[in-house]
Design a binder for this molecule. Structure first.
Ligand code: UD2
Ligand code: MN
Length: 278
């Protein structure tokens, strides 16, 4: 079974409550369902979601813990849809998670990869063993895509409506991925040098392969996602040159060269907001 690679990892110390482990069979056996079922449900019971957008089930001990990191700037409509949908979806998975929104404050070209590096530093302060690096415009369609880390870094959105549910190329590692915090440190995170659109996801794939790790994917049925419609960003003209010379910089450009300024930090009801200057 594709789930056998999932391992137990929770950062919550709630053993004192003597709760039994959460049951996962229902979720894993469930048929694909349309996201509309979840999305049209409003969040009634926000009390269940803790300040900062953290959740864990109160009646059992979750087996998985994940920090969901969203790089963000000026996508407010998408963010609203994403938060409503994801909190409904994720709570059904009976896991422990927290949504971190890492917002780029400055007007420089958007730097998705650097925002993930920053998010990983913040998530480490909370002790999360698993990072989900996630676009704000993607929503999973099948409850079986566990928001938990597998032994191998996992590409989650391999069956995307935008790509007519096909994988464009084998090394695609953008959109939504799950990687252990330890592995993310091992590969020195992502590059800080990709500005604007494109290339940073392929560079991440290169870093993983260069460290002799392998990526994995769940079966297509479990990997169906929808992307909210938006206009295309202008590609970074230098991205291919940067990508080619990337391997020369894996060891010097990444978590170990990360410099940023935190402008604000706020706990909102549905997410933890970190505003940064890149
Ligand atoms: C593809 C990849 C994406 C990334 C990008 C190239 C998939 C499914 N998606 O997405 O992961 O590699 O190409 O950079 O493979 N964002 C903002 N504000 C902005 C610009 C971007 O918040 O002004 C964030 C937001 O979370 C967004 C993400 O960055 O979802 C990726 O940007 P995009 O959605 O414009 O790129 P797209 O759809 O071509
Ligand atoms: Mn997009």
């Amino acid at each position: 079974r594709i789930y056998s690679a999932l391992v137990t990892e929770t950062t919550l110390n709630i053993s004192k409550l003597q709760l039994d482990e959460c049951e996962y069979e229902d979720i894993l056996e469930e048929n694909p369902f349309m996201y509309k079922d979840v999305y049209t449900q409003r969040i009634h019971d926000t009390q269940e979601i803790r300040l900062g957008g953290e959740y864990y089930p109160g009646d059992c001990k979750p087996r998985y813990s994940a920090a969901i990191i969203i790089p963000y700037r000026q996508r407010e409509q998408q963010l609203n849809k994403f938060l409503t949908y994801m909190h409904n979806y994720l709570r059904k998975q009976r896991i422990h998670y927290r949504i971190f929104l890492i917002e780029q404050f400055d007007r420089k070209p958007f730097n998705r990869a650097k925002l993930f590096n920053i998010g990983s530093v913040v998530a480490a302060e909370y002790g999360f063993p698993c990072l989900i690096l996630h676009d704000v415009d993607l929503m999973p369609l099948n409850l079986g895509q566990m928001y938990a880390c597998t032994e191998c870094p996992r590409h989650m959105c391999s069956s995307l409506d935008e790509f007519r549910f096909n994988l464009p190329y084998e090394g695609l590692f953008g959109g939504a991925v799950a990687i252990r915090a330890q592995q993310f440190r091992f590969i020195n995170g992502m590059s800080n040098m990709f500005h604007g659109w494109g290339g940073e996801d392929d560079d991440l794939y290169g870093r993983i392969i260069a460290k002799n790790l392998q990526i994995c994917r769940f079966a297509p049925d479990y990997s169906e996602y929808t992307m909210l419609k938006h206009t295309k960003e202008v590609p970074n003209a230098d991205r291919l040159a940067f990508l080619r010379s990337g391997p020369l910089r894996y060891h010097t450009d990444g978590l170990n060269s990360l410099i940023y300024a935190q402008k604000d930090f706020k706990l909102h009801n549905l997410f933890t907001h970190v505003l940064v200057e890149t």
